[in-house]
Design a protein around this ligand. Sequence first.
Ligand SMILES: [Zn+2]
Length: 129
Amino acid sequence: MSLLLRGKTVCHLCGEVIGLDDAAQQFPPGLFDSGGPVAHLNDSSIHSTCLDALPEAAYVRVLLDDYVRGRDGELPRRRFTAVVTTDGASERVTLVAVYRYEAMALLRETYGENSVVDLTDVEAAHRPR
Ligand SMILES: [Zn+2]
């Protein structure tokens, strides 16, 4: 699952930055068939409003919902929000993972061992925002 850096990450559909308080969706790599109409959404982040405007919005939400609930006996995933501070600069990040330690590990891998990670919020990833 891609990291969403609020205030930095650009929406894959409209090209605008996803703001601190914008409702957004993130997609893991390989969620959609590579030859299908929404293959371009794989491993991307988009505004929820931009998703709503897609003709395939309902289909996309069903697949994403299956993914976060956990298909075939997989564990459900949760959305984590974190503030990561590296060299005095802070970023707000959201990501989807099964476990808290998994989210921490991904953030440490991305920002380095010297970053300070404050996981501030956890919610069920399938809950609409
Ligand atoms: Zn957008």
